[in-house]
Design a protein around this ligand. Structure first.
Ligand code: F6P
Length: 546
């Protein structure tokens, strides 16, 4: 059993949760007009308001105590010092080294990793400049026009999410296309749009063994050679990002075209490494560096701010409070900014692959729910899809609302209209609409008493739905760096408080191996394996009818 539940703060919070479940956020706001001042924080470029979470002052104090009793400060020091806190793989967890703009030394196994980090960043800088300036030439002497980035999971989601978020700042030097799915349709659709003479492929895979990525990469080579007719030309059109030089060589990519990363960079925390190469190619290296700078600012905040002011820690404590104490099993991510439309997908991997675990550091089953289900989409589209359930469903879904002061592109009054929705939704989710208000509204509309009685239950909104609001200055490169780093440190703190190892992914590793045996049954004659009747029936149906 986890010792977390034995901590005095955990026990105090269990009692507090029973009491707070009987409270309504609306009355907490009525009783205390200073809630916003008490429960909001600011760092440069960001306002973080958690006053619409179902907490009071005592609970917040106990949550901060929980972090102290979990030795969070010591764990944070271990993270930044490069200690091997990925305990099941015996690895350091050093995405912070990748954006360590202060360049303070960080040692792993006696070696200062900053030397490697800086030299790889320099290689990215030189390469991205060479490609963008037109100095890197393809096999017919033409400059690159399109980059096709092939990778999946952590080797895709970060770069693609950032590319989408910052496309307003791109010039027309290069187009970037992402291919992550082994469904050949995605690759084929991208290849239909590009020309072999002017396309650069970036094959991103930490392990260089992921079947989906390797399959896509091999098909891309076949497509390219169909036109180039000479294997020697591959060097001009394929580069790789990987830790596995043996595999990249075996694939046919020469060492000078390989950008490296290290085992202490977790896939879902890797966009700051050479995995971010497509971002640098698309936006220019200076913008990539601005993303690193934004993240570094948050690293410094996370390292230095006291617990009660520490935004990523507060985010983690609220998630633990909502999930493990109040029993809310999912969390929505709702950007009110089109640029952040891929953020929910990115955070699904970030949070659920990291903390979707069921045992403690010592391998004992935890007695509480760990990570909530993370989901969402842009708020406005969500409003016309699933918000009905957020307002009146009998599940409560805490949500992060994210908006910006300034739009990337100002179009008439659009931004005010967008933001009025942002404010209205969190207010409505918090306050709801009570019986008295519904009655008054219906009678003002001239409804009969009988009609009012009939409609009443349908029109009551209980409210008391917790939300956090984040307002960025503007979705630019620095802001994106800040935002991602906030969530990364949240994930780290959540893992420590829940006592789960956030940096492995054994469940995903299982999935990586599962399909290969069946693949042989589908592609080779006479190969069969024993299966349950459902799986055997499905495979037989597919083989007979494909
Ligand atoms: O999606 C699961 C995962 O194991 C991630 O952790 C990783 O980012 C991704 O696969 C891709 O792995 P690789 O970079 O080795 O191809």
């Amino acid at each position: 059993m986890s010792c977390r539940t034995q901590l005095p703060s955990w026990q105090a919070l269990t009692t507090a949760s029973e009491q707070l479940k009987t409270q309504h956020l609306k009355s907490l706001f009525e009783q205390d007009v200073t809630r916003f001042e008490q429960f909001s924080r600011q760092i440069p470029g960001l306002l973080f308001d958690f006053s619409k979470q179902l907490i009071d002052t005592d609970t917040f104090t106990q949550l901060v105590k929980l972090a102290e009793e979990c030795d969070l400060a010591q764990w944070r020091d271990k993270l930044f010092a490069g200690e091997k806190i990925n305990i099941t793989e015996d690895r350091a967890v050093l995405h912070v080294a990748l954006r360590n703009r202060g360049n303070t030394p960080i040692y792993v196994d006696g070696e200062n990793v900053m030397d490697q980090v800086n030299s790889e960043l320099e290689k990215m800088k030189v390469f991205s400049h060479k490609v963008r300036s037109g100095d890197w030439l393809g096999y017919t002497g033409k400059a690159v026009k399109d980059v096709v980035a092939i990778g999946v999971g952590g080797s895709n989601l970060g770069p693609q999410m950032v590319t989408e978020a910052l496309s307003a700042y791109a010039d027309d030097t290069l187009n970037v296309h992402y291919v992550s799915n082994v469904d050949g349709v995605q690759l084929a659709q991208v290849l239909d749009k590009v020309c072999p003479e002017t396309t650069l492929f970036v094959i991103s895979s930490k392990t260089f063994t992921t079947s989906e990525t390797m399959t896509n990469a091999r098909s891309a080579v076949t497509w390219f050679l169909n036109a180039a007719q000479n294997e020697a030309e591959i060097a001009k059109h394929f580069v790789a990002v990987s830790t596995n030089l043996e595999k990249t060589r075996a694939f046919g990519i020469s060492d000078e075209n390989v950008f490296t990363m290290w085992d202490w960079v977790g896939g879902r925390f890797s966009l700051w490494s050479a995995i971010g190469l497509p971002i640098a190619l698309y936006l220019g290296y200076d913008k990539f560096e601005a993303i690193l700078e934004g993240a570094y600012e948050v690293d410094e905040h996370f390292k230095n701010a006291s617990f009660d002011q520490n935004i990523p820690l507060i985010m983690a404590l609220l998630s633990v409070w909502n999930t493990s104490f109040l029993g809310y099993q999912s969390q929505a991510i709702l950007p009110y900014d089109q640029a952040l439309h891929m953020l929910p997908a990115y955070l699904q991997q970030g949070e659920m692959e990291s903390n979707g675990k069921h045992v403690t550091f010592a391998g004992q089953t935890v007695p509480y729910t760990t990570v909530p289900l993370i989901w969402g989409m842009t708020g406005i589209n969500g409003q016309h899809a699933f918000y009905q359930c957020l307002h009146q469903g009998n599940v409560i879904v805490p949500a992060d609302f994210i908006a910006s002061l300034k739009p990337q592109r100002d179009v008439a009054k659009h931004h005010d209209i967008l933001l009025s929705n942002f404010f209205a939704q969190t207010e409505a989710l918090m306050a709801g609409v009570n019986e008295q208000q519904v009655r008054a509204d219906l009678s003002a509309k001239g409804k009969s008493e009988a009609e009012i009685e009939r409609l009443l239950p349908h029109k009551i909104h209980e409210g008391n739905r917790p939300t956090t609001s984040m307002i960025l200055d503007e979705v630019d490169a620095k802001a994106v760096g800040r935002l991602i780093a906030l969530y990364e440190h949240k994930i780290f703190c959540q893992g420590i408080i829940l006592e789960v190892c956030s940096f492995d992914q054994w469940g995903v590793e299982l999935g990586k191996g599962l399909a290969s045996a069946i693949e042989a049954e589908l592609t080779q004659d006479g190969v069969t394996h024993p299966h349950d009747s459902s799986t055997a029936g499905l495979i037989a149906y597919y083989k007979q009818n494909r």
